[in-house]
Design a protein around this ligand. Structure first.
Ligand SMILES: NC(=O)c1ccc[n+]([C@@H]2O[C@H](COP(=O)([O-])OP(=O)(O)OC[C@H]3O[C@@H](n4cnc5c(N)ncnc54)[C@H](O)[C@@H]3O)[C@@H](O)[C@H]2O)c1
Length: 283
């Protein structure tokens, strides 16, 4: 342990930024963010078209290379093989973000197709574990680094998303186990827990009347949902030297959802007029 105030964990190590599920959404925003910081970026995804387009756009952004790797994170051997290629082609990993996931719609546990249930665990939970093991070894060999797993508000409370919801709970615990195991190697492991993220997919569902934005916002403290870039900001912070003594935490990026959802749905109501315009003084 370092008691002198010198870096306790070498999150300022350079090294390649590896982002699973980096072809789009939150992963792509994180990849953009790390490229802008001048890191080499490895985008791992099964979406070749978007992954290659992003890597081409990022190439040289901050003066470092960016490359797409076609990789199904559910396949441990495939992840291990890609990890070796990334190390050879871009250099050792310095940070890892695990954003790859299948995202379901509301479903019944009793009705859900079991093959789909198992596939979701394979991608969301096992895929994260595979990436943490293969790239975590590089972080250890480098003498330190940072991992950020992508959890969800599903990591915090029950929501009607079988496999996805308990899988995100398991990811939060996995993050803590890894933080405990890798801390002595100066590898920090944290997680972010976004609420509904304002992605083009969510916007399309709102526009199509499949999601009620008013209902969503009524259980948040703030009046703005995070964008993928907002989540990437939180990820970048957790990977930065400013977070050098932070490990094993689950950081909500949730516009206050986790702190206020039970308050906002209290049967006695909230002590203000929900119909009054935001910012108006109470009578
Ligand atoms: N969008 C939200 O509202 C929201 C909220 C909370 C948490 N999250 C979490 O954030 C993360 C990213 O979500 P997003 O909204 O950016 O989703 P997204 O669907 O836009 O991106 C997920 C990416 O993962 C990739 N992927 C899927 N299966 C894969 C596999 N087997 N191997 C490799 N890559 C695979 C997809 O091709 C895609 O590019 C996920 O972990 C998700 O659970 C999202």
């Amino acid at each position: 342990m370092n008691q002198t105030g010198a870096p306790a964990a070498s999150s300022s190590n350079r090294g390649t930024a590896v982002v699973t599920g980096g072809a789009r959404g939150i992963g792509a925003a994180a990849a953009r963010r790390f490229a802008a910081e001048g890191r080499a970026v490895a985008v791992l995804d099964v979406n070749r078209a978007q992954g290659e387009a992003l890597a081409a756009a990022l190439e040289g952004t901050g003066g470092a290379p960016a490359r797409f790797y076609d990789c199904d994170v559910a396949d441990a051997d495939a992840v291990a093989a890609v990890a070796l290629r990334v190390e050879r082609e871009l250099g050792r990993a310095g940070v890892l973000v695990t954003s790859a996931a299948l995202i379901p719609n509301t479903e019944s546990l009793m009705e859900m197709d079991l093959a789909a249930h198992d596939r979701m665990w394979r991608v969301n939970y096992h895929g994260t574990l595979h990436a943490c093991r293969s790239f975590g070894r590089q972080l250890v060999a480098a003498g330190g680094g940072a991992i950020v797993t992508v959890g969800s508000i599903n990591s915090l409370l029950p929501l009607p998303l079988p496999a996805y919801n308990p899988g995100k709970v398991a990811l939060a615990r996995l993050t803590q186990l890894l933080a405990a195991e890798l801390g002595r190697h100066r590898v920090r492991v944290n997680s972010v827990a976004p609420t509904y993220v304002m992605t083009p997919e969510l916007q399309a569902r709102i526009d199509a009347g499949q999601r009620d934005l008013g209902k969503i916002m009524s259980v948040h403290a703030l009046d703005t949902l995070p964008t993928p870039a907002d989540v990437a900001d939180a990820i970048a912070f957790l990977c930065s030297p400013q977070a050098r003594t932070i490990t094993g935490v689950l950081l909500p990026v949730d516009a206050g959802w986790s702190g206020s959802v039970s308050y906002m749905t209290y049967a006695g109501g909230v002590p203000w007029d929900r119909e009054a315009p935001a910012g108006a003084p109470s009578a």
